[in-house]
Design a protein around this ligand. Structure first.
Ligand code: ADE
Length: 246
């Protein structure tokens, strides 16, 4: 079972996605668990303030250490092994292999040790401040907002992850992307052929080829002849040559 606790000022923006489609199915099947923690609950003073102006001057407000540490510590109190992810545009770029490593780290690989999985584990460990022996992984995703965060928050973070070289207004969308891309790789979430392929935790990234369904001819755009041929060898060859690496 993989667990994600999302610490956010906007739980209402995150919750609907986790209650929909595959993410919901994953929780229904007890393959994943999602918890939301409202950072505001840990705010300071009567206004539950979570941010303040930067020392040295400058525009905008920064997330303060106290509410963030208190929120993370409240989760770690129950699960000291939980690892903290900070979505940030200056983090390590997230990709399909990293998502797979997190899924493998969650103990979701098929029975029996595999050198490939061990390699992935040690790579994932190398990305962290501390090695992970978990088979039941719990990730806390801290979603920063406003213009940034106090740098000392990094001392409690295990992974800094960037979704790409662009800047978003907060960590909620990156959190959902990280969760979705990991959870869909957990055997049993997607079901069928797709998950079987993923269960093998093959090297390299998934191959994606163009696919078609009915009708055979839509406004003059025809399904490639080979896909209608019933010749599985030729179909496999066609798919192989038309595949793109994710
Ligand atoms: N927060 C703001 N922009 C981001 C990005 N590109 N990736 C991850 N977190 C972010």
């Amino acid at each position: 079972m993989i667990k994600f606790t999302i610490i956010t000022l906007f739980p209402e923006a995150v919750e609907p996605y986790l209650k929909t489609s595959m993410m919901w199915k994953a929780t229904e099947k007890s393959l994943a668990e999602f918890k939301l923690v409202n950072l505001r609950d840990f705010g300071l003073g009567p206004h539950k303030s979570v941010d303040d102006t930067p020392y040295g001057g400058g525009d905008g407000m920064l997330l303060r250490c106290e509410p963030v540490f208190a929120a993370i510590e409240s989760v770690k109190e129950k699960d000291p092994d939980a690892k903290v992810i900070l979505p940030t545009p200056v983090g390590e770029i997230w990709n399909q292999s990293t998502a797979r490593e997190f899924a493998i780290d969650s103990g979701s690989r098929p029975a029996g040790p595999s050198p490939r999985a061990a390699g992935a584990n040690s790579r994932a460990a190398a990305l962290r401040n501390t090695p992970n022996q978990n088979t039941n992984s719990h990730y806390i995703i801290l979603c920063p907002h406003y213009e940034g965060y106090d740098e000392r928050i990094l001392s409690i973070v295990d992974y800094k992850i960037s979704l790409g070289k662009y800047v978003l207004t907060g960590g909620e969308l990156p959190a959902l992307i990280i969760i979705d891309s990991v959870v869909r790789l957990i055997p049993g979430v997607l079901g069928g052929e797709k998950s079987a392929e993923i269960e093998s935790f093959s090297d390299g990234d998934n191959l994606e080829y163009p696919q078609y369904t009915r009708p055979e001819d839509f406004r003059g755009m025809k399904v490639p002849e080979v896909l209608l041929s019933g010749n599985h060898g030729e179909i496999a060859k066609w798919r192989d040559t038309h595949s793109g690496k994710v």
